[in-house]
Design a protein around this ligand. Structure first.
Ligand SMILES: [Zn+2]
Length: 313
């Protein structure tokens, strides 16, 4: 058995996971105020002990503790984390002061890819890619049955430029894919359409939701609103540009789409996306079309992938 820990921006979640990737027990705790690497490592160890107790297991049953970290990692050390102030932290060593088990660290997007590959949309494939549409656009790849990981410095698919001189991006460049295809970008595109179309149902839906979100345009489009349909169509075109680029570079058997936006109705998101990618991707010349699928595991992908890291690195 393994323990997989998903270190999120607000919550820490630990799962007791068996060899096949099934979650046997889960425990979670809020990240809370960050008080430094040592208390952080202690919190992780206590969470791991709690999930052991809940699953009726002992430390001796556990091969290692895998952790998905939002940032860059090297071995069992954190190089830096994006939203938690840590740099060059020997997390494995600090963790073992409280619970003496081997530790494997992975980037969180990589862990999500491993989870989906092991138990979700990518199972049974040798080459698999997953993209996550959220605040940004993340990505992870399994190539030839191995995680293609650079400790958090590869797979930054969201920062490939699809429009030279285009929208500014948080990374400092302009025209990055995530400035067009993230949930954040979709909300911005929706607000622009609302300003241009005061008559649109987008305004009604935004009032109902109490603000503009990624799903606002999809909800109004489902009700047949013309401006919303236009927003969705444009959004999927931006999405398809990047997905096609990835397919051309990697030719995965399956490319899975996850994150909040992936919950949109098939007719408005996955179906048009598939059509566009199939019409434009290079492997179509050899009739080797990838399967473009919705990710299946939701938030569990991170826990499962962290737990199974040892199989793929
Ligand atoms: Zn960027």
């Amino acid at each position: 058995m393994y323990i997989g820990i998903d270190v999120g921006g607000t919550n820490l979640k630990a799962g007791l996971v068996d060899e096949a990737g099934a979650i046997l027990a889960v425990e979670r705790t809020p990240l809370g105020t960050f008080r430094g690497p040592e208390p952080f490592a202690k919190t992780l160890a206590e969470l791991a002990k709690a999930v052991l107790r809940k699953g009726g297991a002992e430390p001796g049953d556990i091969a290692y503790v895998g952790m998905g970290i939002p940032g860059a990692v090297e071995g069992e050390n954190i190089v830096y984390t994006c939203n938690i102030p840590m740099r060059d932290v020997p997390l494995g060593e600090l963790f073992r002061h409280h619970l003496d088990l081997p530790v494997l660290l992975g980037n969180d997007a990589d862990c999500a890819a491993v989870g989906e590959w092991s138990r979700g949309a990518g199972r049974g494939t040798r080459n698999f890619a997953v993209i996550t549409l959220g605040t940004g656009v993340g990505g992870g790849f399994i190539l030839n049955g191995r995680l293609y990981a650079g400790g958090g410095m590869v797979g930054e698919v969201g920062h490939m430029v699809i429009q030279r001189g285009g929208m500014p991006c948080n990374c400092g460049r302009r025209g990055c894919w995530e400035a067009y295809a993230s949930a954040t970008a979709l909300a911005r595109q929706t607000q622009e359409a609302m300003a241009a179309h005061p008559e649109s149902l987008l305004h009604t839906v935004a009032r109902e939701l109490g603000g503009v979100e990624g799903r606002t345009a999809f909800l109004a489009a489902e009700r047949g609103d013309a401006a919303a349909l236009e927003v969705c169509r444009n959004y999927v075109e931006y999405l398809a540009v990047g997905v096609t680029n990835l397919v051309n570079i990697l030719q995965p058997e399956v490319l899975a789409v996850g994150g909040g936006v992936a919950g949109a109705p098939d007719a408005l998101l996955m179906r048009p996306l598939r059509h566009m990618v199939e019409a434009e991707c290079y492997p179509r010349h050899a009739n080797k079309l990838p399967r473009i699928l919705r990710a299946e595991l939701g938030n569990d992908a991170g826990i499962i992938g962290a737990a199974l890291l040892g199989n793929v690195i």
